[in-house]
Write a protein that binds this ligand. Structure first.
Ligand code: FPP
Length: 237
């Protein structure tokens, strides 16, 4: 296997509901299995020394789901952030969040605050959790921030460039190299549009709870064999 590894992987964890329905179980069962699977995959990713992992935990649009499902997911987040704090600390993972704080309840916000604070000095890896996230909102917020700097004479229009844009997103993360979306759906659904400008995409058919270490290895192998040209002609690279 070619050992070219991505530095930043994005994971759209889709298909929890369908996984549960296939087994005749409630959707919450799929989310619970998805959460267990996420921990296994994180372990594997950190073992492989992939430094950045961004996960799509909850989009702003997910608030339109039935209230019981939203409540279940919010409670699951609180439970996971609390339960897995020591695991993440021991792995040397810095946890950060992307998304809007409004609409999130006090318990979720407190659990987020605790995990951010307890892991802020970790340096081995970064876990970016997109929660109540939408990439178009992130871009709108970035534009507002930059306009504000210009109005306050802290930034001149001629100095607005790609670096400045990146610095004003929720986090100044390196570009995504590989974006994986499970369950056979082939779209980004408002996930990290700026950061995935040159990403490679991989769309396995299985649902997220079934996307195990072997499946991830397959995704990494496909990635390693892709010809990333960034707009250059083949011979130059
Ligand atoms: C999409 O599947 C999945 C979600 C909206 C939730 C993702 C959450 C987890 C995997 C739980 C663990 C996460 C953290 C951060 C602890 P879906 O419900 O849209 O599935 P469907 O398309 O089959 O209905």
């Amino acid at each position: 296997m070619n050992n070219k590894l991505p530095n930043h992987v994005g994971l759209i964890m889709d298909g929890n509901g369908r996984y549960a329905q296939k087994l005749g179980k409630p959707r919450s069962y799929g989310h619970q299995k998805g959460a267990q699977n996420l921990k296994k995959l994180c372990k594997y990713i950190y073992k492989k020394k992939i430094k950045y992992l961004s996960i799509y935990a909850f989009s702003t649009e997910n608030f339109n789901r039935p209230p019981e499902e939203v409540d279940y997911l919010m409670n699951l987040f609180v439970k996971m952030f609390t339960k897995e704090l020591n695991f993440l600390k021991n792995e040397g993972v810095k946890v950060i969040f992307s998304g809007k704080k409004d609409n999130l309840n006090k318990d979720v916000l407190n659990a987020m605050k605790t995990i951010i604070k307890s892991t802020q000095n970790n340096q081995k890896a970064v876990l970016n959790i997109c929660l109540n996230y939408g990439s178009q909102d992130e871009i709108v917020d970035m534009v507002k921030q930059i306009c504000n700097k210009v109005v306050c004479n802290e930034l001149s229009i001629k100095d607005i460039n790609k670096e400045e844009v990146s610095k004003n997103l929720y986090h100044n993360l390196p570009p995504l190299d590989l974006v994986i979306r499970t369950s056979g759906e082939q779209r980004l659904s408002n996930f990290m549009l700026w950061q995935s400008a040159y990403a490679e995409f991989y769309f396995p058919e299985c649902n997220f709870p079934e996307f195990d270490e072997q499946q991830l290895d397959k995704a990494l192998e496909v990635y390693a064999n892709r010809d990333r040209r960034f707009g250059l002609i083949k011979e130059v690279i």
